[in-house]
Design a protein around this ligand. Structure first.
Ligand code: ATP
Length: 137
């Protein structure tokens, strides 16, 4: 479909990058159809990242994602999922292309500034995790 879900992660919020990241997203042609400043509880983070629960970094990821505020948003554009993952760059900022959001703003592999859904199906699941139908325009 034409929508994806993103979070500006706690590291980028702590480092004052919310405005710059939203600017990059809009300049790349994404329309914001839902957005909120919020914080994940530990239980929320565990549930959101349940697919990673057998991975060695799961505990670290849950602690990181729940340690401070985030910005959650639903974005609209043709080819949204794939184009947004191109815009954010590789998971590891050291491997991310020049000009990508992670290259510019991420701290490390684990604290990598932004999330982007990896499929249309997950975009819908993740959007519904954070937003009710009335909050998406
Ligand atoms: P995201 O799902 O956040 O968009 P991604 O799809 O690029 O990221 P995944 O492999 O799904 O990456 O990992 C989810 C998140 O877990 C990463 O964004 C990163 O914050 C963290 N992570 C991934 N690999 C590691 C690792 N080896 N050590 C620590 N944290 C990691």
């Amino acid at each position: 479909t034409n929508r994806t879900f993103t979070m500006i992660k706690p590291d980028a919020v702590e480092n004052g990058h919310i405005g710059a990241i939203i600017e990059k997203i809009q300049t790349a042609g994404f329309k914001i159809v839902a957005m909120k400043y919020t914080q994940l509880s530990e239980a929320d983070a565990k549930a959101f990242y349940e697919v990673h629960k057998e991975r060695p970094f799961y505990g670290e990821l849950v602690a990181f994602m729940s340690r401070g505020p985030i910005v959650a948003a639903v974005l609209e554009k043709d080819n949204a999922v794939e184009d947004f993952r191109t815009l954010i760059g590789a998971t590891n900022p050291e491997e991310a292309a020049e000009g990508t959001i992670r290259k510019l703003f991420a701290t490390s592999l684990s604290e990598n500034a932004v999330h982007g859904s990896d499929s249309d199906e997950n975009a819908a699941i993740e959007s519904n995790f954070h937003f009710s139908g009335r909050e998406i325009y």
